[in-house]
Design a protein around this ligand. Structure first.
Ligand SMILES: NC(=O)c1ccc[n+]([C@@H]2O[C@H](COP(=O)([O-])OP(=O)(O)OC[C@H]3O[C@@H](n4cnc5c(N)ncnc54)[C@H](OP(=O)(O)O)[C@@H]3O)[C@@H](O)[C@H]2O)c1
Length: 325
């Protein structure tokens, strides 16, 4: 009886090991298979003498972008909220790239006044701005409004970057040819907006709130590209699904499940930064402005982005918001 039990146990153990090995091999092959579709920036462009500002450059995709641009010789400024994290990021970039022209400036996109102060100091201290990467973004569940009653997520992901870019535009004009890169997400396709109501926190789930901000990003890139002088290239992008701190505020079960799926199938922060880097340095993208990119290639955004009237109304509303507060 006991030997039957033992044999059964051995068979079950072996079967389980076999199944686990097959699952592991399947995911490994899947990961290898998706690798070539991820897109890498192969440009050798050097950036000596150029100034690059990367919001949210202390972590995730922004950090990897800052590191790459520093490696290419640019003077890099990372702008985020957290002093300690940012100081560490600067040290790590300096150490890894050997470029000591890297610095941190405090920026809180939640507060319009803070953005104005940041821009004033920046415009005072720098005589040029060649690359502006609007990367900082928030994916937290928390609902709330800013001191001006603007939906917090909309403020951090869209209204704040809109104001910042507006205030730094003269420096980008002086430095032409220059570039503005706006980090959006493929989730923009799942949103709808009424431009005149973007500041209102709607009682919708997190994904819809986030998606609305990212649709604003793509529409903004399209409209901004039309309005800036020739020689300023503006593009938006989806970086891919990337394992970063952005998921830290998720429910732990969802987060670890996501991490597992992302680890197997999707991108590291270094891989996620590739499309941003490509738009910052690629000689090809000089011919493309107002576009939407993924995996270092120009792709079609959602049909909603083709609606020029929507983009124009969003522009008008955004100007009226930054003039009002
Ligand atoms: N990860 C993905 O799968 C994914 C997919 C699509 C799009 N994206 C977009 O990619 C961008 C970068 O995200 P990530 O994944 O790299 O996330 P992350 O590692 O969490 O980085 C977010 C960055 O934004 C900064 N930030 C957040 N709130 C800010 C505020 N109020 N003011 C100034 N800076 C602020 C953070 O700085 P502090 O730490 O100092 O606050 C941090 O540097 C975001 O726009 C995100 O929406 C990410």
């Amino acid at each position: 009886m006991s030997s039957i039990l033992l044999i059964t146990l051995i068979v079950i153990t072996k079967c389980t090991a076999c199944i686990l090995a097959i699952i592991f091999a399947f995911f490994l092959l899947l990961r290898l298979w998706v690798e070539p579709f991820k897109g890498r920036c192969k440009c050798k462009t050097k950036l000596h003498g150029k100034v690059a500002l990367i919001t949210g450059g202390n972590s995730g995709i922004g950090f990897e972008t800052a590191k790459d641009l520093a490696k290419r010789g640019a003077r890099v400024i990372i702008a985020s909220r957290n002093d300690e994290k940012s100081a560490k990021a600067v040290e790590s970039i300096k150490k890894e790239t050997g470029n000591h022209n890297v610095e941190y400036r405090q920026l809180n996109l939640e507060k319009l006044n803070n953005i104005r102060e940041f821009a004033k100091k920046f415009n005072n201290d720098f005589d040029r701005l060649d690359i502006l990467v609007n990367n900082a973004g928030c994916g937290e569940f928390g609902k709330g409004n800013t001191e001006h009653g603007i939906d917090l997520l909309m403020q951090i992901n869209y209204v704040g970057p809109f104001l910042l870019t507006h205030l730094l535009l003269d420096k980008l004009i002086i430095s032409k040819p220059s570039r503005i890169v706006i980090v959006s997400s493929y989730l923009h396709a799942y949103a709808n907006i009424i431009p005149e109501e973007i500041t209102v926190a709607k009682p919708v789930n997190f994904y819809t709130r986030y998606a609305r901000t990212k649709l604003c990003n793509v529409l903004w890139a399209k409209e901004l590209a039309k309005r800036v002088p020739e020689g300023i290239i503006v593009n938006a992008l989806h970086p891919g699904l990337v394992m970063t701190n952005i998921f830290d505020t998720f429910n732990p079960v969802i987060r670890y499940l996501l991490y597992f799926i992302i680890y197997i199938l999707f991108k590291t922060a270094e891989e996620g930064a590739q499309t941003i880097i490509h738009l910052c340095v690629s000689p090809d993208s000089v011919n493309w402005t107002g576009g939407y990119y993924q995996n270092c290639k120009k792709v079609q955004p959602s049909k909603k982005v083709e609606n020029s009237d929507l983009a124009r109304r969003l522009w008008d509303e955004s100007i009226s918001i930054i003039n009002k507060y």
